[in-house]
Design a protein around this ligand. Structure first.
Ligand code: 4GY
Length: 225
């Protein structure tokens, strides 16, 4: 059982992954748990503020250490070995391989930033791993956390139809092969004959070849690696 604890100002956003799809099924079948924590509940003032102006000036607010640290320490009371992941563009890039490594942990705390992000002292002392979903900026860590939860959960045995995740594009460091379904012909477009042949060895060979060609055409960089 893998457990995610998400620290966020917008816990309702996580209904997007909690309520339906592959992750929801993983939760229902007790393979994973997703808990959200409203950071404002850890504020020490009546206005429930968790941010303040930036030292040095400039527009934009910074998330304060105290509420974050007290939320993390409450979560860790039950899971002392939980790893804290901060989602930011300055992190290590999330890849199939990193998602797999994270899937080996049993408890992950995901810290979602807003505004200008968290006070650097949180990163220094409380964060174990900084992870980025790519070289662009989004408005908060929540969407990045959901991407991480989805990509990690898919690699937990049983969350997908068991053999499915081995089949994933990137599991073999190549792009996927093309997929077709009924009907056999639509307008002037026909399903490749080999897929209708029933000859599984030929189908497997065709798919492998298509994966390679697809990768050469669209992502030469993956082959050079
Ligand atoms: N890219 N990968 C990313 C991001 C938003 C303000 C700090 C990313 O992971 N997170 O762009 N995050 C910012 C928003 C606080 C994180």
């Amino acid at each position: 059982m893998m457990r995610f604890d998400v620290i966020t100002l917008f816990p309702d956003m996580f209904s997007a992954i909690k309520d339906e799809g592959v992750i929801a099924r993983g939760v229902k079948s007790s393979l994973l748990e997703i808990h959200t924590w409203q950071l404002r509940d850890f504020s020490d003032n009546k206005y429930r503020n968790v941010d303040d102006k930036s030292y040095g000036g400039g527009a934009g607010m910074v998330m304060q250490v105290k509420p974050i640290r007290s939320c993390i320490s409450q979560i860790k009371q039950k899971n002392p070995h939980a790893k804290v992941v901060y989602l930011s563009p300055q992190g290590q890039q999330l890849t199939h391989q990193l998602a797999h490594e994270i899937s080996q942990l049993d408890s992950v705390i995901l810290l979602c930033g807003r505004y200008e992000g968290v006070d650097e002292r949180v990163i220094e002392r409380d964060v174990d791993m900084e992870v980025s979903i790519g070289d662009y900026v989004i408005s908060g860590g929540e969407l990045a956390a959901m991407v991480l939860i989805d990509s990690v959960s898919r690699q937990i045995p049983g969350v997908l139809g068991n053999a499915q995740s081995l089949n994933d594009s990137f599991a073999n460091s190549l792009l996927d092969y093309p997929h077709y379904t009924r009907p056999e012909i639509i307008d002037d477009q026909q399903v490749p004959e080999v897929l209708l042949s029933g000859h599984q060895a030929n189908i497997d060979a065709w798919r492998e070849d298509q994966s390679l060609k697809n990768t050469q055409k669209k992502r030469q960089d993956l082959i050079e690696k």
